[in-house]
Design a protein around this ligand. Structure first.
Ligand code: SF4
Length: 482
């Protein structure tokens, strides 16, 4: 049961309102997003960042163009290495596959490493409903699991909490004495998690990328938990979206570099765990069983509908950190596993139950900061505009907006009506502004949505055309020597 300060199922407007009223959230968000953005800029300018972005995009475009072949190559190589590959069309198939693996291996407890894709398919909930104990082992994920909340950022799941909030969670759930010392807090969490690792029969993780030519799944982490999840329990299950592929080992390191530099500003992560199959004779550790679940869950549809560019995403979170909207409202206000600009694009396209998903493409100022930060150069503002345009074509735009647009089009198609409308707007706005001392403080609905939070300056008294005509008339007079 989520105890997030924001009810994810509340209407979108309500979620945003609650987020904007939460001053703690604002403090936490500005601390982290500014730090992560600056680190990214420094790390990308330390190398030829533009070239890195171009090469990563070209490689990911190649993956999308050759997706079926590469997936089959991955499957062949995983199987040849002694692993098992499972194909899941949607969330319920993926849940059923993982549950069946757990049942066959007599699993009671699962340790997990951070994974957005398992959040996407609500895997924890399905496992817990089947009676399994599930423990998140990434420190950020562990904190929000204790708090009963979903992650609010793609790479920093607990970005919405301040140190003080985390301390309160540990005091309540882990009986920690009051402290704000991060080292002491980490030590307490580590001691608890160690016991969980030693007693879990199954490890589950997402996949940052899988290498088709070797059948290797890779996870990028800064905590040793990823390595333990993939190697300590008897059974290891990796769940990946079908687009999380790279063709070769060289491509894997290209994406690794782009990912690390863009997400946390590191040259490389502390850990990179590569699993190519179950434990072999003579190996000191590793799982006895290795399974990979290849999840579609709307991705093929996304490609078919012309939104394939969104599948180039390497889930670095850079677009979230620079987004002025995300920085104000945080991840929970989006109500989806995926937040920020990339979340606003993919959430309405995935078969997830997100309340008011249709509003998310409008949660953007279209400033373009996300496109400039993206290591794969995804044109997020264009995708957001495409989604909005789809809504208009499907007649899903609000009635008032459609009427307003029709009037706008009619007005703009005739010079006379455009000029008359300009005169009328100038006269009305200047009269109202004079009554309220300079700027408009109030406009009737729906324009009141603007004046509720900002003043509206009145229209210019004379249009550009009028000013130009006057100027030309003056010039002619001077030329005639008048
Ligand atoms: S859209 Fe680009 S910037 Fe955003 S998470 Fe994906 S790869 Fe990173």
């Amino acid at each position: 049961m989520a105890t997030s300060t924001i009810d994810l199922h509340a209407p979108y407007k309500e979620r945003v309102k609650l987020a904007l009223q939460n001053l703690h959230l604002k403090t936490a968000l500005s601390r982290s997003t500014v730090r992560l953005s600056s680190a990214r800029v420094a790390a990308m300018t330390a190398v030829d960042g533009q070239r890195l972005r171009d090469q990563t995009r070209q490689m990911k475009e190649y993956v999308l163009r050759n997706l079926p072949d590469l997936l089959e190559e991955l499957e062949r190589n995983i199987t040849a290495n002694g692993g098992h590959v499972h194909w899941a069309r949607d969330a319920s198939e993926a849940q059923a596959i993982v549950l069946e693996i757990a049942r066959q291996a007599n699993v009671q407890k699962v340790v997990k490493s951070k994974s957005m894709v398992t959040e996407e398919i609500h895997l924890n909930q399905a496992l817990e409903e089947a009676g399994l104990k599930v423990v998140e082992t990434d420190l950020g994920e562990y904190i929000i699991q204790l708090a009963g909340e979903p992650p609010s950022h793609i790479v920093a799941p607990v970005v919405h909490k301040r140190l003080e909030d985390i301390s309160a969670v540990f005091q309540e759930k882990l009986d920690m004495p009051p402290t704000l010392d991060p080292e002491q807090m980490c030590a307490i969490a580590r001691a608890r998690l160690r016991q969980e690792f030693l007693t879990a029969e199954m490890g589950i993780s997402g996949v940052n990328f899988a290498i088709a030519e070797t059948g290797t799944v890779c996870i990028v982490t800064n905590e040793g938990n990823g390595r333990m999840v993939t190697s300590m329990p008897r059974v290891y299950v990796a769940v990946m979206g079908i687009e999380k592929l790279v063709p070769t080992v060289e491509d894997a390191f290209l994406q690794y570099q782009a990912l690390c530099r863009s997400s946390t500003g590191q040259q490389c992560s502390v850990y990179l765990s590569l699993t190519s199959g179950p434990r072999r004779e003579g190996d000191v550790d590793g799982p006895e069983e290795f399974h990979v679940v290849l999840l579609d869950n709307g991705r093929s549809d996304m490609l078919a509908r012309g939104y394939g560019e969104a599948l180039l995403c390497v889930r670095c979170g850079a677009c979230l950190n620079v987004c002025p909207v995300y920085r104000e409202i945080g991840g929970h206000a989006y109500g989806s596993t995926y937040s920020g600009p990339i979340g606003a694009v993919i959430s309405p396209l995935l078969p997830a139950q997100v309340t008011n998903a249709e509003k998310l493409p409008h949660a953007s100022s279209l400033c373009g900061a996300c496109r400039d930060a993206c290591p794969v150069k995804i044109d997020l503002p264009r995708l957001l505009l495409d989604l909005r345009s789809d809504q208009v074509e499907a007649n899903q735009a609000p009635w008032l907006e459609r009427q307003a647009m029709e009037i706008f089009v009619r007005t703009m198609s005739s010079r006379r009506s455009y000029e008359n409308a300009g005169k009328l707007a100038s006269l009305a706005s200047n009269t109202m502004a004079a009554l309220s001392g300079g700027n408009l403080k109030f406009m009737p609905p729906p324009l009141s949505a603007w004046t509720q939070s900002r003043d509206f300056p009145p229209f210019a008294k004379k249009s550009f055309r009028e000013l130009w005509a006057e100027r030309m008339a003056r010039r002619r007079t001077i030329q005639r020597g008048g």
